[in-house]
Design a protein around this ligand. Structure first.
Ligand SMILES: C[S@@+](CC[C@H](N)C(=O)[O-])C[C@H]1O[C@@H](n2cnc3c(N)ncnc32)[C@H](O)[C@@H]1O
Length: 328
């Protein structure tokens, strides 16, 4: 799949290569994902498969083309990863999650002196007071869940929606993961998003779009990135709170709008009320390190109104060639 943001080509020399075994939908493990290590970054070679030289054939010392998003602030990955640099340029908050995730999420601003707005980082959806999630009846699988026997797989049209690397196999309207109430072990491959974020993310300031999210390492297509977590409010309560209370959310609401490269999926596991799914962001394509992570807000133009009923207009600066220029 091609990146949708306007990009420019950069030539990079390969310092090393590494391959991972991956599984296809049928469970066959003959597919390989190969990454080229260039400088401090890793670039998936999948896209080169149909080109000459083929992705499999390029080797250490060869040069490959990599894509760099136009307008994205420069940041050398060597600097990101190297122990020589005690403090990276532009870091204005060392950890926006205050130790609540397995690793820190820093805020980087190389444009001006602004820090991210104050908010309370939360790691679980906050449901309204009246809502009490009812745990589903879990599956009875002892050991390994499988497409044919697992009652959770049955709810997913008879298949476990993830491969053994934890990547989602295809987009679905709703994904049922095995639940904490299931008999299968916590390592079951139908439990992915409930186990928390695994990707090193940071937020960074972009001149035209404010704060955005990016990853320090490459992300392969289908991987779980993060959940979009916040406090669930009814409309009237949300209106009352506007501008008054401090916001409660995780990294998800820092995502800016663009048609790609992330995919939002509804996932259920701790309860089965389809009105209250977990909103989960997966990679819709292989994403190189430091590319902004965005998802499509899906606003229809001329459908957003202010409190007086007037149509609101907001320009979109995502830079995608498919963009109409309007966010809404
Ligand atoms: C959910 S917030 C994303 C975080 C935001 N950039 C910030 O700094 O807080 C959504 C807001 O970000 C800005 N935004 C997101 N995507 C944009 C885009 N493609 N073009 C212009 N502004 C965008 C708009 O102001 C939008 O209302």
């Amino acid at each position: 799949m091609q990146p949708t943001q306007r990009t420019e080509e950069e030539r990079k020399r390969i310092n090393g290569k590494r391959s991972f075994g991956t599984e296809d939908k049928s469970g066959a493990s003959n597919v390989r994902l190969t990454e080229a290590i260039c400088g401090g970054g890793c670039y998936p070679l999948d896209e080169l498969r149909n080109e000459s030289p083929l992705g499999d054939e390029v080797g250490v010392g060869d040069e490959i083309s990599t894509e760099k998003t136009i307008g994205q602030p420069e940041l050398a990955l060597r600097e990101v990863k190297s122990k020589k640099f005690q403090k990276r340029e532009g870091i204005c908050v060392d950890d926006i999650n205050g130790g609540k995730e397995a690793f820190p999420i820093c805020a980087v601003n190389t444009i001006d002196d602004e820090k991210p707005p104050s908010f309370t980082y939360i790691t679980k959806i906050m449901y309204p007071d009246w809502y009490h999630p009812v745990p589903p009846k879990g599956c009875d699988c002892v050991g390994r869940c499988s497409d044919r026997r697992c009652s959770c797989a049955f709810k997913n049209d008879g298949e476990i929606p993830y491969n053994h690397n934890g990547a989602i196999v295809e987009a679905k309207p709703l994904v049922y993961e095995c639940a904490p109430s299931c008999r299968c072990p916590p390592s079951c491959y139908n439990r992915v998003t409930q186990n928390g974020m695994k990707i090193d993310l940071e937020i960074f300031k972009i001149e035209s779009r404010g704060w955005g999210v990016r990853s320090l390492s490459s992300i392969s297509s289908g991987s779980f990135i993060c959940e979009y977590i916040g406090e669930l409010l009814e409309d009237t309560e949300a209106e009352k709170r506007t501008g008054n209370d401090e916001c409660l959310f995780d990294i998800g609401p820092n995502y800016n709008d663009c048609t790609k490269p992330s995919l939002g999926e509804n996932v259920l596991y701790n309860q089965e009320d389809k009105r209250m799914p977990h909103i989960i962001l997966f990679a819709a394509e292989n994403i190189p390190p430091l590319q902004e992570l965005t998802y499509h807000y899906n606003y229809a133009v001329d459908t957003v109104h202010d409190s007086d009923g007037n149509i609101k207009i907001k320009s979109c600066y995502c830079g995608s060639s498919e963009c109409t220029g309007r966010l809404y």
